[in-house]
Write a protein that binds this ligand. Sequence first.
Ligand code: NAG
Ligand code: NAG
Ligand code: NAG
Ligand code: NAG
Ligand code: NAG
Length: 359
Amino acid sequence: MCFFYMLLTLLHVLLYVLPCQSEISCRNEDGEPVDWFIMYKLPKYKIGDVGSGLDYMYLDSTLKDWRMSKFLVNTSQGALGSTLKPLYTGEELRSNSSAYMFYNDAPPLMNYTTKYGHTKGALHFDQSQGFWLVHTVPHFPPFPERGYSWPNTGKMNGQTMFCVTYKYGQFPQIAQQLLLYNPHVYNCSLPAMFQREMADVALLCSGSKLPWVPETRLQKLVSAKGETLLSFAKSHFYVDDIYAGWVAQALETTLLAETWQHNGRTLPSNCSLPEHVLNINEILLPGPVRFRSYYDHSKWCVSWIREDRWVCLGDLNRVNTQAWKSGGLVCSQNPLIYQAFRQAVAHYISCNTICERMI
Ligand SMILES: *[C@@H]1O[C@H](CO)[C@@H](O)[C@H](O)[C@H]1NC(C)=O
Ligand SMILES: *[C@@H]1O[C@H](CO)[C@@H](O)[C@H](O)[C@H]1NC(C)=O
Ligand SMILES: *[C@@H]1O[C@H](CO)[C@@H](O)[C@H](O)[C@H]1NC(C)=O
Ligand SMILES: *[C@@H]1O[C@H](CO)[C@@H](O)[C@H](O)[C@H]1NC(C)=O
Ligand SMILES: *[C@H]1O[C@@H](CO)[C@H](O)[C@@H](O)[C@@H]1NC(C)=O
């Protein structure tokens, strides 16, 4: 009898406690599971201040606004490091019950190639749940064997990261979006048990030629805690600026866009179509921390009208060479995310460039 109860207790521990502790999820600054988080890695050159290039602002559903992190982004202690940590422990790597995929057009230890989509991110999931991290950092994350680190090239400019936790059932949808992205998958593990249900991930991991894909694909996703997201994916067959040509018109809202516009060939603010896209050129975060878009490699946009509440984060810049590039945006109407990004718009350029508008 006693043995029987011990066995039951043990089963209970194995079934409920262990999976919970090791659940695959986006993680907050304390390493605890969260439904989503957003990080804004600050550029080295701010207005009136030169920083380390490693400090960042953090946002999740438990906060009211951006919070300056007490960690630097190069340590594995912050939200990003905690989220990716299981991938840097040998144990998880040898596990055959979870799958992961790293993709980046500028992978670590390799040169940038133009063959693939202009897209960067990571997936990690088991048959219960996992996360999709979308980010803008070249040469990140490192190969699992090499441990967590931050690339030197990722210090100078601002960068954004958007992590969302999803139930297993959402990953086939995410993978379909990624087929349009045509990502450069540089490291991947898809154990046998996933091969059938995650056939598109298998295809992406194999590096073989991808099937025919449409120009664009819009997919509703639902986070593990029920947050609705819209995923916009464009393949290289869709030759246009994703922001003005598609997303603003699809969301039926004028967008303020913050993208890397460092060198020539940048697209100006655009008021040709029913919904406009206006370029942001200065960012203001709590602190206050101010910086110019010139030093910001982030890619995000926010609806101009406050009632519409759209925020999208993703892969593509408003430069004419990226009309031919595949990639996408993940959009949310969460009021907290909207508030955080809308307030961050310090200055944008209206279509009549003679009068730049202050907000
Ligand atoms: C992170 O960067 C800071 C500043 O350059 C450095 O002092 C620290 O040792 C780095 N930490 C890690 C874990 O690399
Ligand atoms: C997973 O690994 C365990 C132990 O390493 C092994 O017994 C099991 O057969 C493996 N399962 C699959 C589906 O490969
Ligand atoms: C990357 O490109 C540089 C310059 O073209 C070249 O010297 C280097 O060997 C390349 N590295 C790799 C890993 O291919
Ligand atoms: C505005 O954007 C649309 C869609 O990308 C494009 O067709 C149009 O030429 C742009 N207008 C100007 C003035 O650049
Ligand atoms: C990353 O993926 C794992 C699992 O597929 C391989 O075992 C590693 O060899 C691979 N690492 C590199 C550097 O390619």
